[in-house]
Design a binder for this molecule. Structure first.
Ligand SMILES: [Zn+2]
Length: 74
């Protein structure tokens, strides 16, 4: 079994998105893109890994929270 943690950049096949090993890594990637409409969120398929993605328009307008859409528990 290869150790996935040895990979420099991992990839989530389920979401077809880049994975980040920590919330800080994901937030750093957002910062580098200078895109305030993006957020870091936990991948529910790969435990302990994070994706970044654009906020849905309803969240940007303050009508619903991201947790309501993505089912976050915190
Ligand atoms: Zn994923």
């Amino acid at each position: 079994m290869p150790d996935r943690h040895q990979l420099h950049a991992s990839y989530c096949d389920g979401h077809q998105k880049r994975l980040y090993g920590s919330r800080n890594d994901a937030k750093g990637a957002i910062r580098r893109q200078h895109d305030k409409g993006m957020r870091a969120y936990l991948c529910e398929l790969v435990a302990g890994h994070w994706h970044i993605g654009h906020l849905p328009k309803d969240v940007l307008k303050g009508r619903v929270t991201a947790a309501e859409i993505y089912g976050g528990r915190s």
